[in-house]
Design a protein around this ligand. Structure first.
Ligand SMILES: Nc1nc2c(c(=O)[nH]1)N[C@H]1C(S)=C(S)[C@@H](COP(=O)(O)OP(=O)(O)OC[C@H]3O[C@@H](n4cnc5c(N)ncnc54)[C@H](O)[C@@H]3O)O[C@H]1N2
Ligand code: MOO
Length: 409
C-alpha cells in the first residue's frame, strides 16, 4: 500500500504558490461593468485630477475665510453678494474682499474664495448683502482639485480584482474599458463507481453526485468559470481521458474522490503520469482533507480532493479559494473572518490542523461559535454551518470560552 507523504498545510500552500498564478492567461479588454470581479492585467494611472475643479461641499456662500473671522451670532459679518455659481457651469464671478458668492453642493468654487459658509450660518439681507454668523477656516467645506485622485498616480495596481468602488474610480477618470485577465477556467470531475447524477435514482450502494455542485458553486463564487466534466468510473483509461480533456480546456482541474489509499484509488496514478513536474504532495496534515493530492503538468494544475463532501469543500476553501480569488494566501481582506467565543470544548489530535464547522449565534458579548455535529460525509453539516474554525497543528483542542476566528463561507 502506498503511504502518504503527508505535508503540513503551510507546506502544501508553499508548494502550490510555487506554481500559482499559472502562466498563460489571456488578457481581454472589457467595458467597465463587464469587468466587475475581474483581475486587472495592467495598472491604471489617472490621466485627470478628480475632482477636476475645486468644488463646494455645502450649499452656502463662497467667501474669503479671513473676512469671516470674528463673526458671531450677535455680531455677524456683512458681506456683499456678488453673484452665484450655477451647477455644472464655470464660475464666472470672482470673490473679492468683503464679498460672497452663492454656491451649491458640488458647484465650482469661484476664484478668490477659499472657504464656504454653509447657508444655515447666514441670512440674506436686503440690497444684495448677506450676514455671516459664524467664522470659517480656509479650506472649509470645499474639496480641492485633485484631492480625491491626483493625475499621474496609479489608482489600481495590476492584479487587483475590481470591486464596485473600483469601477467608480475608473468611471470618475473616464476609463470605460479596462484590460483584465480572462477568468480562471476550472474543470470539475467527480470520480467513483458509486456516484450517479443527481437526477438519477440511486440503486443499492449508489449515491448522488454532490461534489460537482458544491465545487462548481465555490468556483463561481470566486469569479472563476466552472465546467462540469461528469462522473468518471474507477477505470484508468476513462479517468485519464477525461482528465486530459478537462486539462486541455481549463487552467485548473478539480477531482473529487479516489484520492485515498484504497485499492481502487486511481487518481494518484493518473496524476503521476500527466507530465512534469508531477505530484507536488499527496496527503496534508489536515482534518478533514488528509487525502488531498496536488499535481502540476506543464502550465496546468490538478487538485484531487477527498470524496467526502465536507472534506472537498473545506479543502477548497482553505487551499484553492484564496488562490482563485486573490492570487495568494496572504491577502488580508480575503480572510473574511469574524471573532467569536467558542460555545463548547472541541478536541483535536496534535500533528494535524483541524477545521471544525461552526454556526454563529448572538452571544452576550458578540458572536458565539457553536460547533456543528456530523462527520465529513455529511453535507447537511455544511448547510447548518456559517464558517470554519481552525485548531492549530500542535493543539489538543480548544476550550469552551476560547476567542476564535471564524472564517465565513
Ligand atoms: N484506510 C484509510 N481509509 C481512509 C482514509 C485513510 O487515510 N486511510 N482516509 C479517509 C478520509 S479522511 C477520507 S476524506 C476518505 C476520502 O477518500 P477518497 O478521496 O478516496 O474518496 P472516495 O473513497 O472516493 O469517497 C469517500 C466518500 O465520499 C463519497 N463521495 C465521493 N465522491 C462523491 C461525490 N461526488 N458526491 C457525493 N459523495 C461522494 C463516496 O461515495 C465515499 O462515501 O477516505 C477515508 N478512508
Ligand atoms: O480527512 Mo477526510 O478528508 O476526514 O474527511
Amino acid at each position: 500500500m502506498e503511504l502518504f507523504r503527508v505535508v503540513t498545510l503551510a507546506e502544501a500552500r508553499r508548494l502550490l504558490t510555487r506554481y500559482w498564478p499559472l502562466p498563460g492567461r489571456q488578457e481581454v479588454i472589457l467595458p467597465l461593468l463587464a469587468a466587475l470581479g475581474r483581475e486587472l492585467a495592467r495598472p491604471v494611472t489617472a490621466k485627470d485630477d478628480v475632482p477636476g475643479f475645486t468644488r463646494a461641499t455645502m450649499d452656502g456662500y463662497a467667501v474669503r475665510a479671513a473676512d469671516t473671522f470674528g463673526a458671531r451670532e450677535t455680531q455677524p459679518v456683512i458681506l456683499r453678494l456678488a453673484g452665484e455659481v450655477p451647477m455644472g457651469q464655470p464660475a464666472a464671478v470672482t470673490v473679492g474682499p468683503g464679498e460672497a458668492v452663492a454656491v451649491a453642493t458640488g458647484s465650482m468654487m469661484p476664484p478668490g474664495a477659499d472657504a464656504v459658509v454653509m447657508v444655515e450660518s447666514t441670512e440674506v439681507l436686503a440690497e444684495g448683502r448677506v450676514a455671516v454668523f459664524k467664522p470659517v477656516a480656509p479650506g472649509q467645506d470645499l474639496v480641492r482639485q485633485g484631492a480625491d485622485v491626483r493625475a499621474g498616480t496609479t489608482v489600481l495596481p495590476a492584479g487587483h480584482t475590481l470591486r464596485p468602488q473600483d469601477l467608480g474610480v475608473l468611471a470618475s477618470l473616464g476609463v470605460t474599458r479596462v484590460t483584465v485577465y480572462e477568468p480562471w477556467r476550472v474543470g470539475i470531475l467527480a470520480t467513483g463507481n458509486e456516484i450517479i447524477p443527481p437526477e438519477a435514482n440511486p440503486g443499492p450502494g449508489q449515491v448522488r453526485d454532490i461534489n460537482s455542485y458544491t465545487l462548481a458553486g465555490l468556483v463561481r463564487k470566486c469569479g472563476a468559470e466552472a465546467t462540469l466534466y461528469g462522473i468518471a468510473p474507477d477505470d484508468l483509461e476513462d479517468l485519464t481521458a477525461r482528465i486530459q480533456k478537462a486539462l486541455v480546456e481549463n487552467h485548473l482541474v478539480l477531482l473529487s474522490g479516489g484520492s485515498s489509499v484504497g485499492t481502487r484509488d486511481l487518481t494518484v496514478q493518473v496524476l503521476a503520469g500527466l507530465g512534469q513536474p508531477g505530484i507536488l504532495f499527496h496527503g496534508v496534515a489536515l482534518r478533514p482533507g488528509k487525502p488531498t493530492v496536488a499535481a502540476v503538468a506543464g502550465d496546468k494544475m490538478i487538485l484531487g480532493l477527498p470524496g467526502h463532501p465536507v472534506s472537498a469543500m473545506v479543502v477548497f476553501s482553505i487551499l484553492i479559494e484564496p488562490l482563485l480569488r486573490y492570487g495568494s494566501y496572504d491577502h488580508l481582506a480575503g480572510r473574511r473572518t469574524v471573532e467569536a467565543i467558542l460555545s463548547r470544548t472541541v478536541t483535536s489530535i496534535p500533528g494535524r490542523e483541524d477545521y471544525i464547522r461552526v454556526r454563529l449565534e448572538a452571544g452576550p458579548g458578540g458572536f458565539l461559535a457553536v460547533p456543528v455535529p456530523g462527520g465529513s460525509s455529511m453535507i447537511s453539516s455544511m448547510v447548518q454551518a456559517d464558517g470554519l474554525v481552525a485548531i492549530p497543528l500542535e493543539e489538543e483542542g480548544l476550550e469552551a470560552g476560547t476567542r476564535v476566528e471564524v472564517k465565513l463561507f
